[in-house]
Design a protein around this ligand. Structure first.
Ligand SMILES: [Zn+2]
Length: 381
């Protein structure tokens, strides 16, 4: 793995949220962690990173370490997102969580941990737990079996079911500015500010930006996206279809490593896990791959959005700095041939692609449509 673990990664990862960091570190070291947390904050505030960091601290196999030791087997597996006792859930449908998902979660909660002393359930976008799916969960959320911790993530308590909010310990995350986030990534990587700023714009949160900067595959996917947009001015229909296909290949490339790690874990556990537990591990792997693919696609779309925003910046002023410094020639080319209206419409095309993917349109089709729409928008007078 290219992921080098830093000592006490709970503290390191929450550099930008010092109050949250101190609060969670106190809870873990005193052994008084709650059984259900609700992390609240806007996108990019680092809730998901914090959830994984807390999972690591709770599962760390080293006794007497405050937070996580970051070097034991359990810590390593959590860092690689392959620990069989940390379960990540995200809504399976455009309308939210499915009843089948809640049922699967509840069945799993009842089982003993596979390898650690405890189990953690991360429930992303918990505002999408609607009454019909959430009710079955309430009792378990209030009184989970010993050793089980829920970490729910949501944008704001106002949009969540009050019955869920009241059963969780709420942890507010402050919104992060692009500059705060960039500084955090600079500290973590030692790379120049320009590169760090671009990584935050593409990856969304500081911790994800650090991972992005370590992953050659993810950076290649972003470059492929930038290239596809750059070539649109001279692209015909066949070029666009080929570009969308290549892009999907680039977006899926980082999954190969995840798949081989998953396969290795399955093989290690084959002999001593029951058929039911193996099936659950396979389901969990599938979810993990889906989540990774989805975040890869969102990252590719964020790359286009950031590039188009830079083109708007360039159209407004010759001297204003852009985020995508490394491909400023592409920004210049887009700005030279497009209008403000055109670039604004192109940005709408990116939002439409996100909406289509959320409604379960195949990503490749959504990207094809987006590229056609961007080409049209950038040509408009
Ligand atoms: Zn550890």
């Amino acid at each position: 793995m290219s992921d080098r673990l830093t000592p006490n990664s709970l503290l390191a990862k929450l550099d930008t949220q010092p109050r949250v960091r101190d609060f969670l570190a106190r809870a873990v070291t005193s052994g008084r962690a709650s059984h259900a947390y609700l992390f609240l904050g806007s996108p990019g505030s680092g809730k998901l990173d914090a959830a994984w960091a807390l999972a690591q601290a709770l599962l760390c196999g080293e006794d007497g370490v405050s937070g996580a030791c970051a070097s034991c087997d359990d810590c390593g597996r959590v860092a690689r997102r392959t620990h069989p006792d940390v379960h990540y859930f995200a809504p399976d449908s455009a309308t939210g969580y499915l009843i089948a998902q809640t049922r699967e979660l509840l069945e799993d909660v009842a089982l003993a941990p596979i390898r650690a002393k405890a189990k953690v359930y991360i429930v992303d976008r918990a505002e999408q737990l609607r009454a019909n799916t959430a009710n079955a969960l309430l009792k378990t959320l209030e009184e989970p079996p010993a050793g089980v911790t829920f970490i729910l993530l949501g944008s704001s308590a106002d949009v969540m079911l009050p019955t869920i909010v009241s059963r969780c310990q709420c942890v507010p995350f402050r919104p992060l500015s692009l500059e705060d986030a960039t500084t955090a990534v600079e500290h973590a990587t030692g790379l120049p500010a320009g590169k760090c700023r671009m990584a935050v714009a593409v990856a969304g949160s500081p911790a994800r930006a650090v991972e992005f900067l370590k992953s050659g595959d993810r950076q290649a996917a972003r470059r492929a996206m930038v290239r596809a947009v750059d070539l649109l001015a001279h692209a015909d229909e066949a070029d666009i279809l080929a570009a969308a296909k290549d892009l999907m290949g680039a977006i899926k490339a980082p999954l190969a490593e995840v798949k081989s790690t998953q396969q290795a874990v399955l093989e290690q556990n084959q002999d001593y896990l029951s058929r039911g537990a193996l099936k659950q591990l396979e389901d969990r792997n599938k979810r993990e791959l889906n989540a990774r693919e989805r975040s890869g696609i969102m990252e590719a779309l964020a790359s286009v959005r950031s590039l188009l925003r830079d083109a708007l910046v360039r159209l407004a002023s010759e001297s204003e700095p852009v985020v995508n410094e490394d491909v400023s020639d592409v920004v210049e080319r887009i700005a030279a041939r497009a209008t403000v209206t055109g670039v604004t419409r192109a940005l709408d095309a990116v939002s439409s692609a996100e909406a289509r993917i959320a409604r379960n349109v195949t990503p490749q089709l959504a990207i094809e449509v987006m590229l056609f729409d961007i080409r049209k928008a950038l040509q408009c007078p």
